[in-house]
Design a protein around this ligand. Structure first.
Ligand SMILES: Cc1cc2nc3c(=O)[nH]c(=O)nc-3n(C[C@H](O)[C@H](O)[C@H](O)COP(=O)(O)O)c2cc1C
Length: 189
C-alpha cells in the first residue's frame, strides 16, 4: 500500500444511516474483525471483544431493542449490529485495565479502515442501554460494554425514515481546526 492510499480511507470514511439490505459474507466479516486483532494494546493484552448480531438472529434483535427509539429507526437497515466490549482487568495480573478503552478505540479505528477498503461502513452508536444489553446478552461481569455499531454496505435513503435521511444528508462534516487540537511547546490555558 502506498502512504497516500491510507488518506483515501480516512477522508472517505463517514457514518451513514441508510444501509443496503445486502448481507455481508462470513469471509468479508472475518476480514473486518481481523483488522481489529492486529491493533496495538497495553502489554499486548488485546482487551477488545465483539458480540456480532446478524440480521434475524436473537443477538441482532436484542442489540436493536437496546437502542434509543431514534437510533432504532435507522439502525434496523443494517445487516449487522455489533456490541463492543472491553475486558475490565488485565489477564496477567488481574489489575484494572485503565487503557482498555483506548485500546478498543484503536482496534475499532483499524477495523473501520479495513471495512471501508471492502466498501463497508460503520455507524457508531452511544445511544443505547448498556445495562439492559449486558443482561439480555448474558455478558459476564468481567466485560464492560462500551458501544454498539451498525455495519453494512451503503443503502438508498428510502430504507430509513425521510426525516432521518434528510438530517443525515444535511449534516456538514466539520472538524475542529488543527490549531485547536495540536500544540507545540505550550497548551493554551
Ligand atoms: C462513541 C460514539 C457514539 C455515537 N453515537 C451515535 C448515536 O447514538 N446516534 C447516531 O446517530 N450517531 C452516533 N455517533 C456518530 C457521530 O455522530 C459521528 O461519528 C460524528 O457526527 C462524525 O460524523 P462522521 O462519522 O460521518 O465523520 C456516535 C459516534 C461515536 C464515535
Amino acid at each position: 500500500m502506498q502512504p497516500n492510499e491510507m488518506l483515501k480511507f480516512i477522508t472517505g470514511r463517514h457514518s451513514p444511516r441508510a444501509f443496503a439490505a445486502q448481507e455481508i459474507s462470513s469471509a468479508e466479516l472475518e476480514m473486518v474483525f481481523e483488522a481489529a486483532r492486529w491493533a496495538p494494546s497495553s502489554y499486548n493484552s488485546q482487551p477488545w471483544r465483539f458480540m456480532i448480531g446478524l440480521r434475524g438472529s436473537h443477538v441482532y434483535k436484542t442489540i436493536l431493542s437496546s437502542l434509543s427509539e431514534w437510533n432504532q429507526q435507522w439502525a434496523q437497515s443494517a445487516p449487522v449490529l455489533v456490541t463492543t466490549m472491553i475486558t475490565k482487568y488485565y489477564e496477567h495480573n488481574n489489575a484494572p485495565y485503565y487503557h482498555a478503552h483506548h485500546d478498543l478505540g484503536i482496534a475499532i479505528g483499524q477495523l473501520s479502515m479495513q471495512a471501508l477498503s471492502q466498501n463497508l461502513y460503520l455507524h457508531h452508536i452511544g445511544g443505547f442501554d448498556p445495562k439492559m444489553l449486558a443482561e439480555k446478552l448474558n455478558i459476564p461481569d468481567k466485560y464492560e460494554i462500551v458501544t454498539v455499531f451498525a455495519l453494512g454496505y451503503r443503502g438508498s435513503d428510502d430504507r430509513i425514515p425521510k426525516d432521518i435521511a434528510e438530517l443525515t444528508n444535511s449534516n456538514q462534516r466539520t472538524r475542529k481546526p488543527l490549531t485547536e487540537i495540536m500544540f507545540i511547546d505550550q497548551i493554551p490555558q
